[in-house]
Design a binder for this molecule. Structure first.
Ligand SMILES: NC(=O)c1ccc[n+]([C@@H]2O[C@H](COP(=O)([O-])OP(=O)(O)OC[C@H]3O[C@@H](n4cnc5c(N)ncnc54)[C@H](O)[C@@H]3O)[C@@H](O)[C@H]2O)c1
Length: 241
């Protein structure tokens, strides 16, 4: 499967990795993209610069609003006559306060945005694709934090470990529903989510080379293209300096 003529749903598309995904989809001939982000200004500014050949429908949406997320998926499916690719990508960290001082509300929000919304997005994607007999792909943006201890933000690491296990548990859906569900696990990537000035991150940032958002998009495009890919997650690791 390539990107040409595809109908895509994307969350967290206003910035960083999601913005790079949106640019690539527009450049490589996707037919239509329904993209949501809570940052309306950034999303509108980005869409206004992209190729008019691709029909891009932006929505201001908080992915933790389950009713709004469900309605948005259903509306995207109806408007496009089906969905080929879903990329559940919106994510946050709990910072800037480090664990164990992190407010409980911030930890809950991380789980809600990073894990619960991805589980709901995956479920909606699989149901909608299966109902139309579409052999689609769902990509969930996890992190290498899923596999590493992250003492400053364990809620973030736990949310990403949860995505990887949830996605692995969805692997049989390829057989039963014809929908591949794959997690992408980026290393440290140069985007707004990275607390560049945090003392706890400085040693790690000094020892690795940042990935770019396009490095992560390259991995996503490979996953979309390789219909035989059976791995339930794909790591994109940093090079050591
Ligand atoms: N940058 C990294 O080093 C890195 C590493 C591993 C994984 N990731 C993951 O990549 C994904 C994209 O992050 P990024 O690095 O591009 O950061 P980013 O901050 O540039 O982009 C995240 C986007 O998600 C949106 N978003 C956040 N909460 C939302 C909500 N409740 N509803 C709707 N939109 C919301 C933000 O507005 C933003 O546009 C995240 O899931 C993140 O955890 C990033």
């Amino acid at each position: 499967m390539d990107l040409i003529d595809k109908r895509v749903v994307l969350t967290g598309g206003a910035s960083g990795i999601g913005a790079a995904v949106l640019r690539r989809l527009a450049d490589k001939g996707a037919r239509c993209v329904h993209v949501a982000d809570q940052n309306q200004a950034a999303l509108s500014a980005l869409i206004s610069k992209l190729s008019p050949q691709c029909d891009i429908q932006g929505a201001t949406l908080d992915v933790t609003d389950r009713e709004a997320l469900t309605n948005w998926f259903n509306a995207a499916d109806a408007a496009m006559g089906g969905i080929d690719i879903v990329i559940n990508n919106a994510g946050i960290m709990s910072g800037p306060v480090e664990f164990p001082e992190t407010p409980i509300a911030a930890m809950m929000k991380v789980i809600d945005v990073n894990l619960i919304a991805m589980m709901l997005g995956t479920r909606l994607a699989v149901e909608l694709m299966h109902a139309r007999g579409i052999e689609g792909v769902v990509i969930n943006t996890a992190s290498v934090a899923a596999f590493n201890a992250m003492p400053a933000d364990p809620a973030y690491a736990a949310s990403k470990a949860g995505i990887v296990n949830f996605t692995q548990s969805c692997a049989p859906l390829a057989q039963s529903h014809g929908v591949r569900v794959v997690a992408i696990c980026p290393g440290v990537t140069d985007t707004a989510i990275v607390p560049h000035d945090a003392a706890w991150l400085k040693p790690a940032l000094a020892s690795v080379q940042f990935l770019t958002p396009d490095d992560i998009v390259d991995a996503m495009v490979r996953v979309i293209g390789e219909s035989e890919l059976t791995a339930s997650y794909v790591r994109v690791d940093n090079q050591r300096l």
